[in-house]
Design a protein around this ligand. Structure first.
Ligand code: IVH
Length: 693
């Protein structure tokens, strides 16, 4: 019995229908959605719930009673002999178990064999083969009536025009047309170069390509096809199961995804979901979940359908990687080099499996390029472990009172003027170490593992030392006494003693570590090693920097800082930062104070001219190398004229992997970059040396 119908429920159902129809039209017909899938699903479910509770609300025009959009006027309509249904969704394991329970109860079976498939993010099409020859190809349309796009589908190379060894009869093969990610990138680059409109994502690009009136344009688009279902079958007998049908499809020359597997029970489904989830980032095409289908056709017939979806199949969706949310505010963060960067404060949104409430906006140019305003609805993206980013603005949803974002004139932390060098994207606080944010950042960098490696000095502790004015620069760390540390929050006698020991230990430095710890702009770990090797002593480096200082404004880049640029891989920008750093008396005071506090290092054997043995080669070091520090290994490579990079790319010549090498090793294998061990590096250096002599 249906409940009595409250007015509010009727009004809400009407509203939901209007909203959903509009979104459906934008998505399917215009290919320009203004809501994400998650929001659409939410609204759709709300309507389904209302209609289930009050069946008198159901109307033939409800989006729950048909799926998709209208038929475009330009292609001939095709009435599907067997409707092209949609799939119901589940979003977690318990909803899936619920589905499996319904299937088992419906069939009176204790255990079900399913076929698990990727849910391909493209467009469903139906291909009619008569006696093995492609007669007609159509889109899904609204599920009952689609569009005749035969001419366009014939251009998709993955779709056979004639099946191999196919039986006589009429067979409708159904599947998905999609665009590969790589094909999409390539095509968009070409469109952009030709000054034409680019596509938002591969799905829209596939849709746009299929609806081309000129099949010659479709033919140039990188479309592909995978078969996963059937429609009308006449004059031929289907096998007993879906997996047998897919095997036949393959023998007929139809592409079937290699990810498809037969699985046992709901646990088999869940294991498959995990497995495909980990493969997802490596696939060249988009999938937005997996689909489980009862394997046996007799069982399927017994289960039948509900209004728009079969009872024998379900889609298990991945958490959305993109959601829409509101930009509540833009705040400014100050980093250790004084860089003032905008950070988006968002209405918390669940995306990529986590709740996101902040995202970096990089710099003010980026904010302006994306035309972000406070109050805007924005698309936020978070894929895998990647840092969340604001991808774009939904201009259609901009409220009239949306506020523009402006670069602050004063540092939000210390109030000093913010300066922006002409032509640079980054604006900076001009206060240096007197700005709390810069001082804290500089100290955190100074004590970090690859710098002075002072264990136990975290952000909270450093903040206390900075806020009590006990530490005003890195040298002050060496004057800290046991008792004052023990008196700080979260500290005791024991941890204070450990910290004192760690500080003391850090006095034994290397020149490279010390240079890196100083936090000179653009001087990373590897560049610091290069400077140390080239100059051998701090005095030699400082003398070169001082001698180079007057050349900073030379017209030609090569004439600026020639002595510093003589260091392998150092260009005019890095050289200028080094020259500026050593020219500044305040920096010298800190350096002098550090040495006075006992920080020291051995002189480096100076390698003036590189042997050139690894000239032009780029190597990446990863994992723990037995018996040598990474710094040492890096210095050998640099001394031999090579470059050490921190990330693996196609341009990497070798990856030197030690124990417990992780993602860099994996990347190398993926790209086919040669991987050697420490012994291999030694041999390479020795070999290179012998070819020189
Ligand atoms: S089977 C009766 N299998 O999902 C079941 N559909 O929501 C018919 N899709 O229109 C569909 N991958 O565009 C099926 N492996 C797969 C699929 C798949 C993607 C899409 C298809 C369909 C929609 C249903």
């Amino acid at each position: 019995m249906a409940e009595a119908l409250p007015r509010a429920a009727a009004a809400r159902a009407h509203e939901l229908r209007t909203i959903l129809t509009e979104h459906g039209y934008r998505y399917y017909v215009l290919d320009a959605p203004t809501v994400d899938d998650a929001e659409y699903d939410r609204l759709f479910r709300e309507l389904v719930e209302l209609e289930t509770r009050y069946p008198q609300l159901r109307s033939p025009d409800s989006p729950t009673q048909r799926v998709g959009g209208a038929v475009s006027a330009s292609f001939a309509p095709v009435v599907h002999g067997v409707p092209m249904l949609s799939l119901d969704n589940v979003f977690n394991a318990s909803e899936l178990r619920e589905f499996d329970r319904r299937v088992r109860e419906g069939l009176g079976a204790a255990h079900i064999t399913y076929v698990a498939e990727p849910k391909l993010d493209g467009l469903a099409v139906s291909l009619l083969y008569v006696d093995g020859v492609l007669q007609q190809g159509s889109t899904r349309g609204d599920g009952r009536t689609g569009e005749d796009v035969t001419a366009n589908l014939r251009t998709v190379r993955a779709i056979p025009l004639r099946l191999r060894d196919a039986p006589a009869g009429r067979i409708e093969v159904r599947g998905e047309v999609l665009m590969t990610r790589s094909g999409f990138e390539h095509m968009n680059a070409e469109l952009a170069a030709a000054g034409q409109k680019t596509f938002v994502n591969p799905r829209n690009a596939a849709a746009g390509s299929l609806r081309q009136m000129d099949a010659r344009i479709t033919a140039r688009r990188p479309l592909t096809f995978f078969a996963y279902a059937h429609g009308v079958v006449e004059g031929w007998t289907l096998p007993a199961t879906h997996h047998e049908l897919l095997a036949l499809y393959r023998t007929w020359g139809l592409p079937v995804s290699t990810l498809i597997e037969q699985v046992e029970g709901v646990d088999g489904c869940l294991a498959y979901f995990e497995h495909v989830g980990t493969r997802r980032p490596t696939l060249d095409f988009g999938i937005d979940g997996v689909v489980y289908k009862v394997d046996g056709f007799a069982q399927r017939n017994e289960l039948g359908f509900v209004a728009h979806a079969p009872r024998w199949a379900i889609a298990h969706k991945f958490p959305a990687e993109e959601v829409m949310t509101q930009l509540e505010n833009v705040e400014w963060q100050v980093g250790r080099t004084g860089a003032v960067t905008p950070v988006a404060r968002l209405v918390p949104a669940f995306v990529g499996g986590a709740t996101v409430s902040n995202a970096t906006l990089h710099n003010i140019d980026e904010v302006e390029r994306k035309d972000l305003r406070i109050g805007d609805t924005v698309v936020v993206r978070r894929a895998g472990d990647v840092i969340p980013e604001v991808k774009s603005v939904v201009l259609e949803r901009r409220p009239p009172d949306a506020r523009r974002v402006a670069l602050p004139a004063a540092c939000p932390v210390c109030g000093a003027p913010v300066e922006r060098v002409e032509g640079e994207a980054i604006a900076r606080c001009s206060a240096g170490l007197t700005c709390r944010a810069q001082l804290l950042g500089a100290l955190l960098h100074f004590v970090s593992r690859k710098a002075m490696d002072i264990d136990g000095l975290g952000e909270k502790l450093l903040a206390q030392l900075v806020d009590t004015a006990r530490v005003k620069n890195p040298a002050d760390l060496y004057g800290l006494a046991h008792d004052e540390l023990a008196a700080l929050d979260r500290m005791g006698a024991k941890s204070a003693a450990n910290l004192i020991a760690a500080i003391d230990h850090s006095r034994n430095a290397t020149l490279a570590r010390f240079l890196f710890a100083l936090g000179i702009r653009e001087v990373g770990e590897t560049t610091a090693v290069a400077f140390a090797n080239h100059f051998g002593t701090l005095e030699a480096l400082a003398a070169a920097a001082e001698a180079d200082f007057p050349t900073l404004n030379a017209d030609r880049a090569a004439e600026r800082c020639p002595q510093l640029q003589a260091v392998p891989d150092v260009g005019p920008v890095v050289a200028a930062h080094v020259a500026n750093f050593f020219h500044e008396p305040r920096n010298w005071e800190v350096v002098a104070a550090l040495r006075e506090a006992g920080v020291h290092w051995p002189d480096v054997e100076r390698v003036v001219a590189s042997t050139g043995a690894l000239d032009g080669m780029t190597l990446v070091l990863t994992g723990t190398l037995e018996g040598v520090t990474r710094e040492e290994a890096a210095s050998w490579i640099i001394a031999a004229g090579g470059r050490v990079s921190s990330s693996v790319s196609k341009k990497t010549d070798y990856v030197v992997a030690g124990a417990v090498a992780g993602s860099k090793l994996a990347k190398a294998m993926q790209l086919g970059v040669p991987v050697i061990d420490l012994e291999g590096l030694r041999r390479l250096l020795a070999h290179a040396l012998s070819t020189l002599s």
